[in-house]
Design a protein around this ligand. Structure first.
Ligand code: DON
Length: 351
């Protein structure tokens, strides 16, 4: 695997500083060297994987099967709020399971790290994201009695949505979409065709919601929780939005462009830990082994990944592998992160 050969991201992060140097310096070439390393990595991954045809759009939600499988967009956001892109970063897809991260983050922000840990758990299930057997077979952590589950598989995610407080469905929804908007740095909207399509075909999630209520994980109206969960999964995002949301997590809960503090920095590591544990479902270990990055995929074709303190990255490409993760997104993100020295477990190579 290709490893980092330079401190490219640090260079990019310091680009604005260098720009100041450039003004006073007789060697303006410095600026040209500092910024484009990120862009070069993004461009290289785009060129390498543009023609890759592996994988298949999700079709268990009928609207997802109709999305153009050739859609391919990459975005990276660095600490200075600079956005590096390639391909189509404007077309929106449904956020799907990536929303689970931000609803979990919202609950953690409001109710503390222990709220999610106690009610849902922060352990891998080893089962598929919508497994019902995982609910039946859930074990408890010795001592605390907390379930060995997490907020990134459907049972935990629907429960997490049910934990967002509010006097009405509209009030809960306003908080959920508000948190997503703040992380993305712009107002997002629901893709109504996807919402309708998933609402018409989400009997399995309804069964999961009912079971989670029956077993006491959901303590409020489970039908409302499933509906709001379906709505949050239908939020429309492009690659740039997703990269900005990832960057908000990469920079301690503060959106690097709007500078809004979306969540307390002390709570962000807990969110990243669950992403590292379960962000790519059954393939989370494999992904972490190769990249070291907390990440989250969605069946709409997006994946976000976070290199803490360095960058947020996202790719949108609808065709998925057997585990439900975008094929091109995984490959492109791994290449870019490795080129930029994004793996938090790897020591930066000294030049
Ligand atoms: O609940 C579902 O099945 C979808 N709304 C979300 C699933 C998903 O994105 C899983 N991702 N890899």
């Amino acid at each position: 695997m290709q490893r980092t050969s330079s401190t490219a991201v640090s260079a990019a992060i310091g680009a604005s500083l260098l720009a100041l140097v450039v003004v006073a310096s007789p060697v303006p070439v410095l600026q040209a060297q500092a910024g484009p390393d990120v862009q070069a990595a993004v461009d290289a991954a785009y060129a390498k994987y543009k023609g890759l045809k592996e994988g298949k759009n999700a079709d268990y939600i009928p609207a997802l099967a109709k999305v153009d499988p050739n859609l391919f967009g990459i975005a990276v956001v660095t600490a200075d709020g600079k956005v590096y892109t390639a391909g189509d970063v404007k077309t929106e897809v449904s956020i799907q399971s990536i929303s689970k991260v931000f609803t979990m983050a919202q609950v953690i922000q409001e109710q503390g790290l222990e709220s999610i840990e106690k009610r849902i758990g922060v352990d891998a299930t080893g089962a598929r994201f919508n497994s019902i057997i995982a609910i039946e077979g859930v074990r408890s952590v010795v001592g605390t009695g907390a379930p060995e589950m997490n907020a990134l598989v459907n049972p935990g995610a629907i429960s997490s949505t049910s934990m967002v407080t509010g006097g009405s469905a509209d009030a809960v929804w306003a908080k959920i979409i508000g948190f997503h908007n703040d992380a993305a740095g712009r107002p997002l909207t629901v893709l109504e065709d996807v919402y309708k399509s998933e609402s018409d075909s989400n009997q399995r999630n309804q069964a999961i919601g009912a079971l989670m209520f029956a077993y006491g994980y959901i303590k409020t109206d489970w039908k409302q929780a499933v509906d709001l969960y379906t709505r949050q999964c239908s939020i429309g995002v492009n690659a740039k939005d997703l990269a900005m949301m990832a960057a908000t997590l990469a920079f301690g809960g503060t959106n690097p462009v709007t500078k809004k503090q979306v969540m307390d920095s002390a709570k962000v590591p807990g969110v990243l830990a669950v992403m590292a544990t379960a962000g790519l479902y059954d393939d989370s270990g494999k992904w972490l082994y190769h990249t070291g990055l907390p990440a989250k995929s969605g069946v709409g074709g997006g994946i976000i990944a976070v290199s803490p303190g360095k960058f947020g990255i996202a790719v949108v490409s609808p065709p998925l592998d057997d585990a439900g993760n975008s094929v091109r997104a995984q490959k492109a993100m791994a290449d870019i992160s490795n080129a930029l020295g994004g793996n938090p477990y790897a020591l930066a190579k000294k030049n």
